[in-house]
Design a binder for this molecule. Structure first.
Ligand code: GLU
Length: 366
């Protein structure tokens, strides 16, 4: 039995295909969503919406149809489509006297501790004002190539849910649920109602990309579920076109798939876990075992260093954990295999005597 009576802070993500009809935004659908969100607000809940559809809207405005477009065109389409999308939300929510706010983010903003705190502050303030923040990626300024893009709003919505300590993430999509096989290829595929653990089998069964203008597929939904699972946040994946879907999910109806949380990491640990890594420190088995039992990482355990990074960056420890390093990559190269006592001799007496402290090391597996 699903029970969301205590879920106060809810993030709702709406995908491009769910939102559009014949290429354009489906105004009737946005109106119905606004109505459903209004009902949540009436019961003293807070709602943050993540919307896709800017690129699709822009492509529609330029009459590009289903033509696959390059990065520059996607950026242009996002800039054209985003205000059109917001106009629709603004109009629909105004019927319920609800003010909406547009917040556009990039992966850089969420990766950086300072800008992410700014984002957190602005969302908190908007929620206090009973405004519904509507977020999207700032596609016009972020690209995969320069590492500033999420690329998909699935992961973005989970990261936002994690940052604002949401109780529930509702992912509205054009698929009904998670299946044991791809239902579009295998008619006998079975729906999975509850996921307690995201196993390798589940990861493997999640196929590739979704649609032409939307970016997410099942793979990114699973990645989102993993982010939510580490933040103590439940996630429900459901078909956004089901009648009164939000209200029914909140009422506990078994719609779609629920992903149960595994652990609630501290805010700092979540930031480490969800950060893009700048390099890799390869360490030996002994050092891995030591950090696994909450000891600091010492230079003697380092085998090699890959990438160029700064002190304070998040790096991988082999392929198992992420850590904030107290030393940059050049310094680390000079410390490989050295005894702890040599750190200060080599790099100065004001330096830390460990590479990373236990609080700054987070294992990927849970
Ligand atoms: N940010 C993209 C848009 O507004 C959508 C990304 C996605 O489909 O997840 O068009």
């Amino acid at each position: 039995m699903r029970n969301f009576s205590q879920a106060k802070r809810i993030v709702i993500k709406i995908g491009t295909n769910t939102l559009t009809q014949d290429g354009g935004v489906d105004a009737g659908y946005v109106r119905r969503i606004a109505g459903q969100i209004n009902s949540l607000l009436q019961t003293n809940r807070q709602v943050v919406t993540i919307t896709s559809g800017a690129i699709g809207m822009g492509a529609n405005k330029l009459a590009l149809g289903d033509k696959v477009i390059n990065t520059k065109m996607r950026q242009a389409c996002a800039a054209i489509g985003q205000p059109l999308l917001m106009a629709e939300y603004r109009k629909s929510f105004a019927r319920f006297s609800i003010t909406v706010a547009q917040v556009l983010v990039t992966a850089e903003v969420l990766n950086n501790r300072k800008t992410y705190l700014n984002l957190q502050n602005s969302i908190e303030t908007l929620l206090k004002l009973n405004v519904v923040p509507i977020l999207n990626e700032n596609d016009s300024v972020s690209t995969e190539e320069i590492g500033t893009a999420f690329g998909d709003n699935d992961r973005l919505s989970a990261l936002v849910a994690s940052k604002i300590d949401a109780d529930l993430l509702i992912m509205l999509s054009d698929i009904d649920a998670l299946y044991d096989k791809n239902p579009r290829k295998f008619p006998g595929a079975e729906m999975i109602r509850t996921v307690y653990e995201i196993t390798d089998k589940i990861k493997r069964s999640a196929g590739g990309k979704g649609s032409t203008h939307g970016v997410g597929g099942m793979k990114t939904k699973i990645e989102a579920a993993m982010i939510a699972a580490n933040a103590g946040c439940r996630m429900v994946l459901a078909n956004g076109r089901k009648k009164d879907v939000i209200g029914r999910i909140i009422a506990g109806e078994e719609i779609g798939t629920i992903f149960m949380p595994k652990r609630k990491l501290s805010n700092r640990s979540r930031w480490i876990l969800n950060s893009t890594t700048a390099g890799v420190i390869n360490i030996d088995d002994g050092a891995m075992k030591a950090v696994g039992s909450r000891k600091s990482l010492l230079p003697s355990g380092i085998i090699s260093v890959r990438g160029t990074f700064e002190k304070g960056d998040v790096v991988m420890l082999n392929d198992k954990a992420k850590a904030v390093t107290n030393f940059n990559s050049t310094e680390l190269n000079s410390l490989i295999g050295k005894h702890t006592s040599e750190i200060r001799k080599l790099l100065g007496s004001n330096r830390r005597d460990v590479i990373a402290i236990p609080e700054d090391i987070v294992f990927l597996d849970y």
